[in-house]
Write a protein of this length. Sequence first.
Length: 264
Amino acid sequence: MPVPTELEIDPKNHIASVVKATRILESFDRESPELSIQELVERCGYTRTTTYRILDTLELTGWIERTASGGYKMTLRVFELASSVLGSFDLRTEASHVMSDLAARYDENVYLVVPDGARAVCLDLIESSRPVRVMSLSVGRSLPLFIGGAPLALLAELEDTFLSRVLATGPLATPSGKPVSEEHLRQVLAETRARGYAISIEDVTPGVAALGACIFDRAGRPVAALSFGGFLANFTQPRQDELAAALIEGAQRISLRLGFRGKP
């Protein structure tokens, strides 16, 4: 939430000096970890006297410290506070609102899946309202990483680390017994990365399709995948493109909640 401007401050409900102090703290970023008082005056638009008084107060309370060059930088207290907030984020909790929204809008099964060695485990699921169940994956159950929308989305991003583990499990085959060659799998993974989401057509269950998109943490690591699953007839064009766009947007929303700001 952006800091309100002075014009938006209600004197009856807001303390202007706190707003000013917050704006000064937000002036520091990765590109500018240290700022002089003049740079802060220019960035915030306050007088030199006001800026100095706020900095002096923030230094007194331990949020700001002087540098050897005479500038200012934030202390580790800010990092400690940020760490406590990040530590409180739970993947399942952060994903639940997005999953509920997708399920309500499209009435398809929505899955949250995490990697576990050569397999992918379902962490959460919201079922569609359809009277006939199409679930091939329930909470706590797993699928191999080389089949299914969410598992394929994860493997596409984790190919360098996890593909060797998948191949080491032995000859690959779908539940129906259809062989999956390494060459074909590598091609599918490359297409998935280029497309931005995975497509699974009857490779887990006949008559069932799924789409999957990766979720990234603040370090840019793929930590989970979001997936739509349902009857194949509901995944034809142009609806497949609509579902894919919504899924990617949903995965991005969860990633942002986890602190993701782009791949390293």
